[in-house]
Design a protein around this ligand. Sequence first.
Ligand code: NAP
Length: 285
Amino acid sequence: MTAEIINGREIAQTIRHKVLEEIQLLVKKYKVHPNITTIMIGDNPSSALYKKLRDNACREVGINPQQIDFKKDVSEKKILTTIEALNKDPEVHGILIQYPVSGHISSEKLMRTILPEKDVEGFHPLNLGHTFLGEEYLVPCTPQAVMSILEEYKIALECKDVVIINHSNVVGKPLASLLLKRNATVSICHVFTKNLKKYTTQADIIITAVGKPKLITPEHIKEKAIIIDVGIAQTDKGICGDVDFETVLEKAELITPVPGGVGPVTIACSLKNMVVTYKKCVENL
Ligand SMILES: NC(=O)c1ccc[n+]([C@@H]2O[C@H](COP(=O)([O-])OP(=O)(O)OC[C@H]3O[C@@H](n4cnc5c(N)ncnc54)[C@H](OP(=O)(O)O)[C@@H]3O)[C@@H](O)[C@H]2O)c1
């Protein structure tokens, strides 16, 4: 028996279709097209590729993607002033920063400066607070994508043991909240976890988001585990995830590939968040 491979592109297509229909109705009602601005800092090739894919997805559903570019050494103050101007601009219906940003700029400061109602990524403390309280208003796109995949494949979460490998504020922690809300038992592992295998071999579901190829091998999982691989790493052979895909395939029940798994669904979920910010902005006009 080999695992069923999750088709992230198909899930993304379904989400994009729903977003397109919703936007068509909203544009008809409010007579304003959604404009979403991304701030790009530096010229990181993976960020540029991700941004290009997201922009294409935006155009497909009737969202107008706009971009402001800064050199890598731009001052933090200049970015903050730009965000403040975008916050006030009634023609901007959502703001994104393409992370990661250079070390001299505080990501946290940028996240806090974007107006919560224009915060497409859901990283503002107020929006993260909503997510942690189970209100699910503007949920960060990657945790939202993982939940959409589990939902689409009808994975029951109640009573399940779930291990997340990532404890960042934007992936691991919000994801844990979403899973806890659905009554899963959640363990969060990270680089300081003493014995990763001790946790992963007990898990019904493993969600890994590290960016380290072959972090998860068959010895890390139990028979029929469900594996969601968020990690992205560039190798000589191309892009791969954290999971040693071919070998784990023989033991798992359900698994996401990289590419074609969580990535396209994350982009689709960012479109969903754009609808939320756009709606909020036009309703306030
Ligand atoms: N598919 C998608 O849509 C998508 C979206 C977002 C991110 N990603 C990918 O997901 C990965 C993580 O992204 P991120 O922004 O969350 O990065 P991050 O903030 O650097 O998080 C990486 C996490 O992995 C932990 N970690 C590092 N080495 C480890 C090890 N050997 N064993 C166990 N845990 C370890 C880190 O712990 P410490 O903090 O203690 O070091 C941290 O919690 C990257 O590959 C990124 O490209 C994919």
